[in-house]
Design a protein around this ligand. Structure first.
Ligand code: ATP
Ligand code: MG
Length: 283
């Protein structure tokens, strides 16, 4: 039985569960205990605070876990990073009061910085040769400069709106983070087999994100033009229609490019354009 550690509540919980569910793992939401078994797959789910996930995986209490890269880098436990999962994206950045002039990392020489990520920050400043005082606090880091606890902060940023609300500006990005699948080093062969199945399912799900399936009817003489607009993944899927002289093209396109492609296809006479959502993309 493979044990997976997940965040019990918080920003990564829902998307971690959705990923497992999309990968075909039966999770009973109504019967959610701290440790629960999947209904149709040899895995059990262990729900934890995200802070505890790297340690739990490093000592083998859980075999694998889903947690932010920021937590993995900060905690420094011995775990393998198996896969980037692409959700929970954020960055760890330095920020200072918005009215101060920023002169580069040397700005922080001799200053105080509040953070919940002291190890990552210490390493950054060691590499930059900057000597500053790091004040570790557990939460509400962004309020520190206003209450005189620190001159600047080092914290998670995603949209930047929390910084703005607190009169701060982002001045240095130190690392990018997303949710990662971590594993205990040296898993036995049987468990490795289950992890490999899960990872290949995750890959198909991640690959299909932001993509749409498109079907287009086009007259045969315009096929070349249409294929220049919607290139196929390998060789184009072309199906003849009952109406001779017309064909259907099937393709996968980036969601962000759908409307541009629709407009261009209509201009060359394409008809009956269907855009469908994609669940999994297995190559
Ligand atoms: P827990 O109760 O499990 O300890 P937490 O309060 O420490 O949770 P959350 O705020 O739920 O943590 O964030 C979990 C992870 O989500 C972060 O470590 C980070 O990797 C990621 N994340 C993505 N975007 C953001 C964001 N805007 N703010 C905070 N975390 C983010
Ligand atoms: Mg936490």
């Amino acid at each position: 039985m493979l044990r997976i550690a997940l965040q019990s509540k918080g920003r990564l919980n829902e998307k971690s569960l959705a990923l497992l569910r999309d990968a075909g793992i039966g999770i009973d939401e109504n019967n959610r205990r701290l440790l629960s078994q999947a209904s149709n797959f040899p895995v059990e789910l262990l729900y934890l605070r995200d802070d505890d996930i790297p340690k739990t995986v490093s000592c083998g209490i859980a075999d694998i876990g889903i947690v932010g890269l920021n937590e993995v880098m900060e905690r420094k436990f011995d775990v393998d990073i198996l896969q980037h999962l692409g959700f929970g994206k954020c960055r760890l950045s330095l920020a200072i009061p918005k009215n101060l002039d920023y002169t580069g990392p040397q700005f922080f020489e001799g200053r105080k910085i509040a953070t919940s990520y002291p190890r990552i920050l210490k390493k950054y400043f060691m590499e930059k040769g900057v000597d500053c005082e790091i004040r570790e606090i557990a939460g509400s880091v962004e309020i520190s400069p206003a209450i005189g606890l620190a001159d600047g902060i080092f914290d998670i940023v995603s949209s930047g709106s929390t910084l703005i609300q607190n009169g701060l500006k982002e001045v240095e990005k130190v690392m990018d983070s997303d949710a990662v699948l971590i594993g205990v080093p040296g898993l036995d062969e049987e468990k490795k087999g289950v992890v490999n199945i899960l990872m290949s399912r995750f890959t198909s799900i991640i690959r299909s994100r932001g993509k749409k399936y498109m079907l287009v009817n086009i007259s045969n003489e315009k096929i070349e033009d249409a294929l220049a607009i919607i290139p196929a993944m390998k060789s184009p899927t072309l199906l003849p229609l009952a109406d001779k002289g017309w064909s259907a093209i099937h393709s996968v396109v980036e969601e962000s490019e759908v409307w541009d492609k629709v407009d261009r296809l209509k201009k060359i006479g394409a008809e009956d354009i269907l855009v469908l959502s994609m669940e999994k993309l297995i190559l």
